[in-house]
Design a protein around this ligand. Structure first.
Ligand code: ADP
Length: 256
């Protein structure tokens, strides 16, 4: 609580009382804290790949470059880290552009079936490489939804990419859509490693990961689900997750 006290004086200069102004700054403090934490997280996330790249570079310059096998291994790691750094910067820019755009999406009728098919095509080679079966369950007469195509595509890519990342060889991923009254629900169900119950409410937070090391190894930025939530909510929809040891299902609902 922030309190301001101003004395009140009459015409003759005599004190007549005080004006006491109290303002609840809880929400303001909370927002400040979120912002501070976010900046600290961003700095940390940007520094981690850079530290790793610098370390390998120095070791190379100190002589490791003379051993071609070791040098190649280091260069591959540096390549992976620098790609992750670019992805991180792209994701941060996406988040901030979404924050700017919140109220001004450029909505057009979007053919979700077509969009899902394109996304599946984009990721099917990776799924196949990992020995994961990718199936679709989408009705032919799925109606169009009002939305910004590029953003909705981003959500589908994020969810499907995660399903491929967090599912082991031999697993199955199903992407489907259903019409429910005035809403359309899209889901991505996998038979992957699952998410512990206590982590479920946090997976949509920026930079939250169940297993930091695993996410990094997979090239993750920890921002995909935060971005997806932002996009779905900007479309007036809702995104949810259910998960147990048998796998996870991410779904989002969009108004028709
Ligand atoms: P990341 O870049 O780490 O994948 P996301 O924001 O996309 O970041 O996801 C946040 C975290 O949620 C991941 O690090 C992972 O722990 C968990 N997660 C997301 N999708 C899945 C999934 N399909 N199966 C298991 N865990 C998942």
């Amino acid at each position: 609580l922030r309190i301001h006290i101003t004395p009140l004086k009459g015409a003759n200069g005599r004190k007549m009382g005080v004006v006491c102004l109290m303002r609840d700054v809880t929400e303001q403090k909370r927002l400040e804290q979120i912002r501070t934490e976010f900046v600290a997280n961003v700095s940390h996330e940007l520094r981690t790949p850079l530290t790793s790249i610098n370390g390998f570079l120095e070791t190379l310059l100190d002589g490791a470059i003379d051993n071609p096998k070791v040098a190649r291994n280091f260069l591959e790691i540096m390549n992976g880290e620098s790609k992750r750094l670019s992805r991180l910067i792209d994701d941060l820019l996406k988040l901030s552009s979404l924050e700017d755009k919140k109220s001004s999406l450029n909505k057009q009728p979007v053919n979700l079936k077509e969009l899902i098919c394109e996304t599946v095509k984009m990721l099917s080679a990776r799924a196949q490489e990992k020995g994961i079966a990718l199936t679709m369950a989408i009705p032919d007469d799925l109606p169009e939804v009002p939305g910004e195509r590029g953003f909705l595509e981003q959500v589908l890519i994020n969810l499907l990419d995660n399903a491929v990342k967090y599912t082991l060889s031999g697993g199955i991923i199903e992407i489907g859509a259903l019409v429910n009254g005035k809403e359309i629900k899209v889901y991505v169900a996998d038979t992957g490693i699952g998410i512990p119950e206590e982590s479920l409410p946090r997976v949509f937070e920026r930079f939250y990961r169940v297993d930091k090391a695993r996410s990094r190894d997979m090239g993750g930025t920890g921002l995909g689900l935060a971005i997806s939530k932002h996009i779905v909510e900007a479309h007036g929809g809702k995104i949810e997750v259910e998960s147990d040891q048998e796998g996870s299902t991410f779904s989002f609902i969009l108004p028709r």
